[in-house]
Write a protein that binds this ligand. Sequence first.
Ligand code: SF4
Ligand code: SF4
Length: 368
Amino acid sequence: MNYHLILTEKCNLRCKYCYEKSMAEFDNGLGKKWEYDNETPFDSEVEIKKIKNFVKPTDRLIFYGGEPLVMSKKIKEIMNNLDSKFGIQTNGLLLKRLPFEYIKKIDKMLISIDGEEERTDFNRGKGTYNLVLKNLKKLRSLGYNGEVVARMTLNFPDVFRQVKSIISLIDEKVFNSVHWQIDAGFYKFDFDKIKFTKFVEEYNNEITKLINFWVEKMHDGKVYKIYPFLGIFNRLVGYDKETRLPCGSGYKNFTINTSGKVSACPIMNSVKKFYCGDIEKGIQKEIIIEDLECQKCSVKDICGGRCIYWRDAKLWPPEGDELICNTIKHLIDSIRKKVPEIEKLLDEKIVKKEQFDFEKYFGPEIIP
Ligand code: SF4
Ligand code: SF4
């Protein structure tokens, strides 16, 4: 099991698609639709001994915020007391706050970076890209060999270009893998039909190019760890028989909020309807997406409904959500078309099945 632990809601950055949008969105209407738990403090008040009783040695505890490294003291205390596996989802700016002996025990890191320097700095603040890379290269030079996943938020359609820039960093052995999520459907005010229709058209073309590139590289025996492609391919060929949400939220991947309640996902960690239990009583129920559109959908067993938050919140009008589903269907169908070619490469032993393995449910979203 994977547990995200929300350490604080504080963050040291002011990113365009997170801070700026949440400031611009005066009221998204969810306060009327969902009952929020008003008793979740800003910083985690969960006792370490309770976390220790709840999280088993085979589980992974993933430090999450806000920015979790603003709570580096608490991270150290937790790591001193638990013998589970550890992960972190961070913006990468404060990595120095955690001594290397602790960093070494974190086997999965998700680091936010949006592609090239110019794009990352535009979204996340000037100098962010270079500082993140400097911090990461330092860890690699000290011998850090855990998996580092580049976590991209895509607010422009040029996914081919931006993922290619991360692939250069994978070649340099700075990152190991990449995933992205399109910044669509998570706020109410930002749907613009004309703009997003154009986005979808360009994004889909870029996805086609990126899949072609991915498969071309397989002919040289190389399988880049591009999470959405791996996850979808595994489901299409039956290596992965799960049909629920590929991020695992609500059944394999849970979140411990700042008061110790266990929720399906960090994004709606204080919404009561997504509570699954608490760290004293354990998990009492799973959350699954029950959506009529998804039930009728031809790709539902691969897509699983994209995202619990998005599917339930329905912040965009139906025509907006349909456009998002158009990107998902295009992505799945484009990989499906490549399955015979990939299977031939597997048969010819140019690539091996193990190269398509990936660990599930610790944070990378499969359906962007
Ligand atoms: S593509 Fe859209 S309708 Fe189909 S399963 Fe995914 S989210 Fe649901
Ligand atoms: S896809 Fe949605 S439900 Fe899954 S982890 Fe991301 S925000 Fe949560």
